[in-house]
Design a protein around this ligand. Sequence first.
Ligand SMILES: NC(=O)c1ccc[n+]([C@@H]2O[C@H](COP(=O)([O-])OP(=O)(O)OC[C@H]3O[C@@H](n4cnc5c(N)ncnc54)[C@H](OP(=O)(O)O)[C@@H]3O)[C@@H](O)[C@H]2O)c1
Length: 217
Amino acid sequence: MQIAIIGAGNVGSALAKGWARSGHTLQLGVRDTSDPKVQSLCRETGALAKSPREAAEAAPVVVLAVPWGAAAEAVQALGPMAGKIVIDCMNPLTLRGGVLALERGFSDSAGEAVAGWLPQAHVVKTLNQVGAAVMADTSGFAVAPAMFMAGNDANAKATVAALLRDLGFEPLDAGALSQSRHLEPYAMVWINQALYQGKGAQWAFAALTPTARSRAT
Ligand SMILES: NC(=O)c1ccc[n+]([C@@H]2O[C@H](COP(=O)([O-])OP(=O)(O)OC[C@H]3O[C@@H](n4cnc5c(N)ncnc54)[C@H](OP(=O)(O)O)[C@@H]3O)[C@@H](O)[C@H]2O)c1
């Protein structure tokens, strides 16, 4: 499948590597196509580097992997995006009193803001809940890490679920896009563990249910 990834930083490059291994055709939407890091990523993944708008125009699935502070400008530069599936990986992070916090929550979310900017697109919130290193390579985990997704269009979520499986995740449907209000704070749990509780970047959430064996013991 053709996938456009807007932003080739930690998350954009991790997803490009993960999806390249599954045979997807990638467009990187970047501000500077001649950046040596972008060129190197293109060689590694077979991706084509284009302007964000050209990349988005070339693919039915567009991934937003830019900092929240740049999101409004970056999204508006993409054009109308009618009918496209937009995967929103962004967490609306800010610093409050020197402490990492969310800029939105309780009654709104970044996911819903993106849908407001792109009313004709099918926005799915996901891939915001673990660090980029996990997105790049899930092969070291004994079970598939869980990855929730929230969105209003069932067909879009089915497509995104397949893309999550290609990265080695177990996709879990969290419901409507408004559930982004819960998935964005959920990312803060991962960040807190990784950065402040000593767990580091190589861990992920799993969804476990009892098996016949564990019930019997
Ligand atoms: N890092 C993680 O582990 C992680 C995990 C989950 C979710 N997220 C979320 O994913 C998003 C990206 O995080 P990241 O760590 O990948 O950030 P990053 O490493 O700083 O990369 C951001 C990318 O966005 C590009 N960019 C910035 N402003 C832009 C604009 N106006 N138009 C187009 N591209 C623009 C940058 O391009 P230039 O090189 O041109 O500046 C860069 O390629 C954030 O919203 C973050 O909350 C991050």
